[in-house]
Design a protein around this ligand. Sequence first.
Ligand SMILES: [Zn+2]
Length: 204
Amino acid sequence: MSVDQRIQQFKQMAEADPKNELGHFSLGKALLEAGQFSEAMASLDRVMQLKPTMSKAYQLFGEAAVGADQRDKAVEVVTKGVAVADEQGDVMPRDSMIKLLQDWGADVPEVSKTVAPKAVSTGGTSKDGFACARCGRPDQQLEKPPFKGALGVTLAEHVCQGCWQEWIPMGTKVINELGLSLSSPVGQDAYDQYMVEFLQLDGK
Ligand SMILES: [Zn+2]
């Protein structure tokens, strides 16, 4: 799917269910990719209102704000995002946002801890080098692919059980709101695309 097609589809989802943060999040992300920075900021702002704990939205908002030449706004939101991510244990978005602040020459707020010691204290069932693509946790990797095919294998390699459990009801919503038919290749493609967006598997 081209970025324009994705923008159209995510717009449809955001309008069909304006209180569902995933539609706005995916739309904001696609708008950012397309270089439509102010529109991306509006969608991501909506995400932060609907779900203030979704740390990745702060990161993307910051990137869009810089694209729109609003550096001060970017620093303000990303600084807040670091605190949100730190509290949620979302290590990867947190560290990406710290990197952004450093790149922008802004002050970096103090963060509490890394998650690595937690994995050790819980007994560490993790396979070597695993970190969930969405939340960055090093433990609770999926034990096997949740379905057949290449995407299932990718999931098992890169996604934790908690994030997979969060996706399942979201996937049902996506099917219902967009009226997707999983028996058609087009419907299956769209569904897979949402899953990849939600679980942040781009490029995996
Ligand atoms: Zn996870």
